[in-house]
Design a protein around this ligand. Structure first.
Ligand code: HXC
Length: 510
């Protein structure tokens, strides 16, 4: 018995040592933490229950039968974040470069299966050289098994990938199928084919960072939702982020009590909209002034900045906020903004998070680049996602809501539950200038007359009242009361139930 206990301790110690001191030092020298150090930071103290610490690979080729490290390059199990159950895997780059073998994949699949059964989020800390080269197709099969579970878990439990080292080849498709991808600047990269292959095939010289670093994916490709400075920063922020989301699709996000009064007024919002309708203002000011304690967790802050997405809380409850940003492209919707917002709305709808739309949108961005790039299909994603969502949907039109963008950005016609407009709202087929140039073309030579026509159009349509007479907005509200009016609507909508007609799944224009 004593012998077994001694052996147990020895085996545990070997597993905990990972790839050994030299490789751990190399990991630290690169500015990266080890797999276990990351888990220590991510999870509540003493909450981690490790599984499969003694698992070893089964390969025999290329001398692998003489080369074993218990745990096989990935640490898996469950623990808590702020008291809530989370399943987690953390790849250990110090063991065979964190590469994925058949058994490494089995460990990941085991905790994914369990997370789905008990309804808890799955977090993957990725730091891997990809498929274990010595294993051939067995390791590829392992990836396939992980991908299948990513898809099965999608919409059932939240899945978050944190890329903290290499993630290359087909391996990128596991993070890509999860709900959120966080990266760490300078130490992580993701690409389907690396710089060497790119050079061989296209003769293009590119660095790892340019091709797939955290900055690239958080500013250009939109693959990453966030780019953090260091491992520590990423893990700390991840703990904050997890509190905004529920554990599974049958639950709500945890309520976080607040001292911020529900009926707090913000007089400064009454002057947020500039006198000149073509002047911009920062919608972040509106967001931060309406959410609890002015705290907003923005996602994809450096990508498609013409639309803002992220989480806040109102009256302690998580809300997903989608807002046009007038300071960038005048808040126009383009391809990237549409896809960014559509995917966010779908997550909110999967996981019972009410959606708040803050609308100031002059329309879809015109031009050949957008049209040839498929603005029709991509814009339709946003329309589809909002129309299909059955969670509480609240829309506030602060200023412009023109044309198709008016419909898409949370209108009553797409089953918005509560639609309010500020007195500054202008809801029309298009701006007065454009409209007059089309319907009064014959007057274009007469500047005075055109001005008159514009004023006429503006008085007729560019206000909230003509839409109010139709019932397409429920009320015109004072900006300073926005927080309170939203919170009252959220309380009213708490038990909202809405069913979609039976279907296997819709066919969103992907
Ligand atoms: C086995 C691997 C490995 C792999 C790295 N190692 N990648 N072992 N399979 N895929 C081992 C190395 O042999 C080395 O072992 C240790 O990990 C650290 O690797 P280094 O090369 O010394 O580290 P570094 O210089 O930081 O380079 C990291 C790297 C590089 C860029 C990730 O190792 C690399 O290019 N690896 C191969 C990447 C790759 O092509 N993977 C397959 C992608 S295709 P020792 O013992 O020396 O410490 C793929 C298909 C998935 O993944 C398909 C799914 C459908």
């Amino acid at each position: 018995m004593y012998d077994i206990i001694r052996q147990l301790e020895e085996r545990r110690a070997r597993a905990r040592a990972g790839g050994g001191k030299a490789r751990v030092k190399a990991q630290h020298d690169r500015g990266k933490l080890t797999a276990r150090e990351r888990l220590d930071l991510l999870l509540d103290p003493d909450s981690f229950e490790e599984w499969d610490m003694f698992v070893e690979h089964r390969s025999t080729e290329f001398n692998m039968d003489k080369n074993f490290v218990p745990g096989d390059g990935v640490v898996v199990g469950h623990g808590n974040i702020n008291g809530r159950l989370i399943f987690v895997y953390s790849q250990d780059f110090t063991v065979f470069g964190g590469s994925l073998s058949e058994t490494h994949a089995e460990k990941i699949c085991k905790i994914m299966d369990q997370a789905i059964k008990v309804g808890a989020p799955i977090i993957g800390l990725n730091d891997s050289g990809g498929a274990r080269i010595q294993e051939g197709v067995s390791s590829l099969a392992g990836y396939g098994e992980v991908f299948q579970r990513n898809v099965m878990a999608s919409g059932v439990v939240p899945q978050i990938s944190v890329v903290m080292g290499p993630c290359a080849g087909g391996a990128v498709y596991s993070p890509a199928t999860t709900d959120y991808v966080f990266m760490v600047k300078d130490t992580s990269y993701m690409f389907v084919t690396g710089p060497d292959v790119v050079k061989a095939v296209t003769h293009e010289e590119v660095t790892q960072e340019e091709l797939g670093g955290a900055i690239t994916h958080s500013t250009k490709s939109g693959v990453a939702d966030m780019a953090f400075e260091t491992d520590v920063d990423a893990l700390e922020q991840l703990r904050v982020f997890v509190d905004f989301i529920p554990s599974n699709n049958l639950e709500r996000s945890p309520e976080i009590p607040t001292n911020d009064q529900a009926n707090r007024q913000e007089p400064s919002l009454d002057t947020l909209i500039p006198e000149d309708q073509n002047e911009s203002y920062d919608v972040m000011e509106l967001i931060s002034k309406v959410v609890d304690e002015n705290y907003f967790f923005e996602l994809q802050p450096d990508y498609a900045k013409n639309i803002i997405i992220g989480y806040g809380r109102m009256d302690g409850e998580t809300v997903g906020i989608v807002a046009n940003q007038p300071t960038v492209l005048a808040g126009c919707l383009d391809i990237n903004a549409s896809v960014k917002a559509a995917r966010f709305i779908r997550f909110c709808d999967c996981f019972n998070i009410p959606i708040i739309m803050l609308v100031d949108v002059p329309g879809f961005l015109p031009g050949t680049q957008q049209e040839n790039g498929g603005l029709i299909r991509h814009g339709a994603k946003l329309l589809f996602a909002f129309a299909e969502a059955t969670v509480p949907k609240i829309t506030i039109i602060t200023r412009k809501a023109y044309g198709g963008a008016y419909i898409v950005m949370g209108s009553k016609h797409l089953r918005g539950d509560v639609n309010y407009a500020w007195p500054s709202a202008e809801i029309a087929v298009m701006g007065a200038k454009g409209a007059v140039e089309i319907i009064f073309r014959e007057d274009l030579i007469d500047e005075e007359k055109i001005k008159e026509r514009e004023l006429e159009y503006q008085q007729r349509f560019s206000n909230p009242f003509h839409v109010g007479t139709r019932g397409y907005i429920d009320d015109v509200i004072m900006p300073h009361n926005t927080r309170w009016r939203i919170i009252r609507s959220l309380r009213m909508l708490k038990n909202k139930k809405q069913e979609l007609p039976w279907k296997k799944h819709g066919n969103i224009p992907l």
